[in-house]
Design a protein. Structure first.
Length: 328
């Protein structure tokens, strides 16, 4: 049984707390937030204790510190947890910069604790199924990929997400999901080129289109926005030498494969039947708890977290300079 403390009583902190509370292998013992009233409200729902600082939490009997706070705070919380010998779950992105991400990974490695970056897209059944089909060669070798995700602007102008220096905007906070998933499918990225509204004076609105060239020759176009009036829409289209995979969360036949054979074309609905029933956050965090119990590395490594930030940072630099960025 792993005793867990969630740092941050906001939206994602509440999602993580709910998952741990329902998990046989976890004991949610604490919620921490500098807004003590928010911590008390969330903790009260699960009979956990509420704290205002991580220093108070670390005096308690805790195995895992789960960090669900704004990106600029991640590294300091990771340092504190690792120094106390606690395993760490950190919401994506791992850090605001590549240097901070590398520092976080180094600190945890030196302390001998697990650093798990919560790239939850890997546990969404439709994205997991897409990867299985890609790897199995269902549409032949991939030539090109297009991904898109978008939602409404994030809060008021004083929201930390709308401070590009703090959050990295839609590139680092939103598209980092796709950067990690694409690396999981296709390996290392060689070059990044991006256009977008990074630094635009329009409050809360952000857009980016990022083109990735992988070492294996695959090209991916990754698009994202905070500009929709309402709702959240995601899509993926994978073009292979023998067919096409496409997923759209707004359609009833969400995941479809189109196979080409000579002049004919067969379309098949392959939407996972359990898609609406699976809580990917629960599965992600249960995976972490199980890995710590069994003393084995989790599916998402600290290096995966670093590489997602590296791609995001390169995309922001490309938007700013207008030049493609080659990754070392």
């Amino acid at each position: 049984m792993q005793k867990v403390a969630v740092i941050g009583a906001g939206k994602i902190g509440a999602v993580h707390a709910k998952a741990y509370a329902a998990m046989p292998g976890a004991d949610l013992v604490a919620i921490c937030d500098q807004r003590l009233n928010a911590a008390e409200e969330l903790a009260g729902a699960y009979s956990a204790r509420a704290f205002a600082t991580i220093e108070q939490v670390l005096k308690e009997e805790v195995d895992i510190i789960d960090i669900c706070t704004p990106t600029p705070t991640h590294v300091d919380y990771i340092k504190a947890a690792a120094a106390a010998g606690k395993h760490v779950c950190c919401e994506k992105p791992l850090a605001r910069s590549i240097s901070q991400a590398m520092e976080a990974a180094r600190i945890c490695e030196e302390a001998g604790v697990t650093l798990f970056v919560a790239h939850v897209l890997r546990w969404f059944p439709e994205y997991r199924r897409l990867k299985e089909l890609i790897v199995s060669g269902a549409i032949g070798d991939t030539v090109e990929v297009r991904t898109s995700r978008g939602g409404k602007p994030r809060g008021g102008v004083d929201n930390w997400l709308n401070n590009m220096q703090m959050s990295g905007g839609v590139v680092l906070d939103l598209l980092v999901h796709d950067f990690d998933w694409l690396r999981w499918c296709y390996g290392s990225v060689r070059r990044v080129y991006a256009k977008g509204l990074y630094g635009s004076p329009v409050p809360g609105i952000d857009y980016a289109l990022v083109t990735l060239r992988f070492d294996n020759g695959v090209i991916a176009h990754v698009e994202g926005n905070w500009a929709r009036p309402a709702g959240f829409v995601t899509s993926v289209e994978v073009a292979g030498k023998q067919g096409l995979l496409h997923f759209r969360n707004s359609e009833s036949r969400a995941l479809v494969i189109e196979r080409r054979s000579g002049a004919s074309e067969a379309v098949e609905d392959i939407t996972p039947p359990s898609m609406a029933l699976v809580d990917p956050y629960y599965k992600e965090l249960a995976h972490l708890v199980e890995c710590i119990e069994e003393n084995r590395p989790p599916e998402v490594t600290a290096q995966d977290g670093i590489e997602a930030v590296r791609i995001g940072e390169a995309a922001l630099r490309s938007i700013t300079t207008g030049e493609p960025i080659t990754l070392a």
